[in-house]
Design a protein around this ligand. Structure first.
Ligand code: ZN
Length: 233
């Protein structure tokens, strides 16, 4: 079953009917993914013969994306960026925990080596991780991973309680979680030191809507240590 066609402009276009068929029946065979990959690479080369040669030569993205692992939130695609233009870290519920070596390694590399100009924390409405934390579900190891979100809930108990229903509370918790992760990134020693050394580095908080494909800027952007401290206060 072939699901995607490499379009003449080098992008992948989902065949609507085929896509719907897939949603209704089953996932493609793994060999179909290899075939899709061949089509995609050929499409890229067709419109830009030097595309892959340039990528091999260097990686110089200006952005670090910290997003959710959710399959419905494909980082590059949402913001229209090619490979090589977005450095990406994803985990369940787009967390930036100060004790997580995986996230910290990505952040340090992005800030100190790639010298990105923007770190974008991107949550999404309808996040299963946020929902599990909100509903206090018991799912296993992930219950521990999600504990920072339960902390955000406690810190904003009154605000959340004032909302009309649980759907609105979960949406707001998605936003508050993003904001907290922006605070974490802005308090990170790698980031604070980069600012002190004069780096041009902004941290942003966005929330993506799976329902309409649009990101909402949460107005939590910080560009220096003073702004980061203000956001935390
Ligand atoms: Zn999610």
């Amino acid at each position: 079953m072939r699901l995607f066609q490499g379009a003449a402009d080098g992008t992948l276009k989902a065949g609507t009917l085929q896509h719907e068929t897939r949603m209704a029946t089953q996932a493609p065979d793994i060999t179909d993914l290899i075939a899709n990959n061949r089509s995609w690479a050929e499409g890229k080369k067709a419109v830009d013969p030097g595309f892959f040669r340039r990528l091999v030569a260097q990686q110089a993205p200006a952005y670090l994306w910290i997003g959710c692992s959710d399959s419905r939130v494909p980082a590059n695609e949402i913001v229209g960026l090619d490979p090589g233009e977005l450095f990406v870290h994803r985990n369940v519920a787009n967390l930036a925990p100060p004790q997580d070596a995986n996230y910290l390694s990505v952040l340090q590399y992005a800030v100190q080596v790639l010298k990105v100009s923007h770190v974008i924390v991107v949550g999404h409405y309808g996040c299963g991780g946020v929902r599990a934390a909100f509903r206090n579900q018991r799912l296993g190891l992930i219950d521990h991973w999600l504990s920072p979100i339960r902390a955000v809930m406690r810190d904003h108990e009154a605000e959340l309680a004032a909302l009309p229903n649980d759907a609105a509370r979960e949406d707001r918790l998605c936003e508050l979680n993003v904001r907290r992760q922006v605070e974490n990134v802005g308090a990170d020693p790698f980031v604070v030191d980069a600012w002190a050394a004069g780096a041009n580095l902004a941290i942003h908080g966005w929330c993506y809507s799976i329902a309409d494909g649009l990101v909402k800027d949460l107005g939590a952007t910080v560009r220096n240590a003073a702004e980061a401290a203000r956001l935390r206060s």
